[in-house]
Each structure stands twice: as structure tokens, then as C-alpha cells.
Design a protein around this ligand. Structure first.
Ligand code: PEP
Ligand code: MG
Length: 312
């Protein structure tokens, strides 16, 4: 098991000089949350709720959803649990959110855009999340996927707050969201960077195409510079900036993400120990210097080398 090979991690992510970084887990259901809790994650940074509903042809009821969400809150008493509203469409179609045929599904009606035609589905989900959190004496943090504009974020925040969501955020997955992060944070409590989609949309390269993998490299300087914009906006607003894409699970990239302004990293449970060990070996100042060097590079290879030189 992962526990047999991992160095000890006792649930506190921090740099060598004591700067705290929340190390959280990405989960799709209760078993992932239990695994994360066993491995001492500090909470859940991304609960991909759509994964529970791939086999559904009718929308899940409020009660059914409460039963699915509740154990995830229960696995992390008193901790942050960030629930993402349904990220349907494109690579994750849901039969109960019917879609017109689209020539470019990744640029189509996906994520928060599905709520335009199916507002009732969003309302039921938000009510279920709040009820599940209350049942576990927890406060719900909820974020929407695929936000592109401040108007979308403001609308989502208002709907979520009407349902009683305690903390409202959005995912930063489009370049538009990254460059407007300051204005997004004016209407939100937090943001979380989805580097998988942010890379795909920044480099205009389908994340599913193996032949374009070098464009989707999370060390692409253009991606790092967008993350830096979001990190700076979070620092200026005094609000959390998470990273929940696969990049957060990369032990060499983690210090760079912290240096760019990430306040939490959310990953698959098995990555926690290596990321924690990597952060424990560097100071915050080194993270910032590595981030600046990597972002100033002109290729992923140069960015990696520049960060490694600073962190060596
Ligand atoms: C992302 O895009 O980075 C992300 C975390 O969301 P998903 O991988 O589920 O699209
Ligand atoms: Mg995504």
C-alpha cells in the first residue's frame, strides 16, 4: 500500500521555515475521503460530484445526493471540504443533463454552463450539499467549474449563498478566469486552480490527446504566469488560492506553486507524503525564487531546470 512506502506525514503541510500550506485530497466518493483521512490529509480540496452520477439517466434526488455527500463531510470533522458542483459535458457527459451535439465539446456547454438550461439541477445539488454539511455539523465550501466571467461567478455566488452555502468559490480553469482573478475574488471567498483544464485552454491543446502532452505540461511558462496572476490576486485580497489539478501532486512543482501564491494543494491521497516531504525541505523564500525563475523561462524544460537550480 502507499502507506508502506511513504515517509511519515502527520497532517500538517509546511515549509522548512514553518509557512503553512493546506495539503488536501481530491475525492470522488466516500472511499476516497476515508483513504485521504487515513493518510492524514487536512481536508478535501476537490470533491468531483459528477463521478457519482455517470450511470444515471435521471437526475438524482435531493435525498440521494445527501446520502452521497454526507460521508465525505463525516470523514473530515471540523476540516475544509470543498464540493464542486456537477462538471458535466465534454469528457464527462451526464445523461440527465442532455446536450445538443457540439462540434467542440471542450468549448461547449460544460461545467457551470449546464446550469443555464438545467437550473433545477443546480438548485437541488446546492440544497443537498448544504443539508449534508449541516447533518455533519460542518460548513459547506462549494465551487463551480468552468467559470469564464465575473458575471457567471457573481450569479453563482448569489445562488449558492441563497441556499446557505458558507463559503463560495470557483475553479480557475479558463485563461479568462485567471486574468480576472482579482475581480472574481471581490465576489467570492476563495478560488481553486484546475491546472488540467487551465493548461488545455491556455495552450489550446486537448488534454486527452497524448500527442499534445508536451503542450499540456504543467511547467509551461504561460501556465505558470497565469497561476502567478491568480496567486497575486489571492494575496492582495487575503483569500485562499488552491491548486487542485494534477500539478499539485507533483513534488518538484509543489514548491513553485506555493511560490506563485497557492495556499493549499489538493491531490490524490497517495501523493500527499511526497509533496509534504518536498515542501518540508525548502523555505518560503526559496519557493518564491523558484517560482520567479520558472515563470521567467521560455520552455517547460528550462522552467524545471531553473526551479531545480534555486531549490538544490
Ligand atoms: C482540472 O481541470 O484541473 C480539475 C481539477 O478538474 P477536472 O480534472 O475534474 O476537469
Ligand atoms: Mg477541470
Amino acid at each position: 500500500s502507499a502507506r508502506a512506502v511513504a515517509p511519515p506525514f502527520r497532517g500538517t503541510g509546511r515549509t522548512a521555515d514553518g509557512h503553512h500550506i493546506d495539503l488536501l485530497v481530491n475525492v470522488g466518493a466516500a472511499d476516497g475521503a476515508h483513504h485521504g483521512a487515513e493518510l492524514h490529509a487536512e481536508g478535501v480540496g476537490l470533491f468531483r460530484t459528477e463521478l457519482a452520477f455517470f450511470d444515471r439517466t435521471t437526475a438524482p434526488s435531493l435525498d440521494e445526493q445527501v446520502e452521497i455527500y454526507r460521508p465525505v463531510f463525516a470523514a473530515f470533522p471540523g476540516r475544509t471540504v470543498v464540493v464542486r458542483t456537477l462538471d458535466a459535458g465534454s469528457d464527462k457527459p451526464l445523461a440527465f443533463l442532455p446536450q445538443a451535439a457540439e462540434p467542440n465539446p471542450a468549448l461547449g456547454v460544460r461545467g457551470i454552463r449546464s446550469a443555464r438550461a438545467s437550473r433545477a439541477v443546480l438548485d437541488t445539488q446546492l440544497a443537498a450539499i448544504v443539508r449534508a454539511a449541516q447533518a455533519e455539523h460542518a460548513e459547506a465550501s462549494v465551487m463551480a467549474p468552468m467559470i469564464a466571467t465575473v458575471t457567471e461567478a457573481r450569479k453563482f455566488a448569489s445562488v449558492a449563498r441563497d441556499h446557505g452555502v458558507a463559503r463560495v468559490g470557483v475553479m480557475i480553469e479558463t485563461p479568462a478566469a485567471a486574468v480576472t482573478a482579482a475581480e472574481l475574488l471581490d465576489v467570492l471567498d476563495f478560488v481553486s486552480i484546475g491546472t488540467n483544464d487551465l493548461a488545455q485552454y491556455t495552450l489550446a491543446a486537448d488534454r486527452e490527446l497524448a500527442v499534445l502532452a508536451e503542450l499540456n505540461d504543467p511547467w509551461q511558462p504561460a501556465l505558470l504566469r497565469l497561476i502567478r496572476i491568480v496567486g497575486a490576486a489571492g494575496a492582495a485580497a487575503g483569500k485562499p488560492v488552491g491548486v487542485c489539478g494534477e500539478a499539485a501532486a507533483n513534488p518538484s512543482l509543489a514548491p513553485v506553486l506555493v511560490g506563485l501564491g497557492a495556499t493549499s494543494l489538493s491531490m490524490m491521497p497517495n501523493a500527499l507524503a511526497a509533496v509534504a516531504a518536498s515542501l518540508a525541505g525548502v523555505t518560503r523564500a526559496q519557493c518564491v525564487a523558484a517560482a520567479e525563475a520558472a515563470a521567467a523561462a521560455t520552455s517547460p524544460a528550462d522552467a524545471r531546470a531553473a526551479a531545480a537550480a534555486v531549490l538544490a
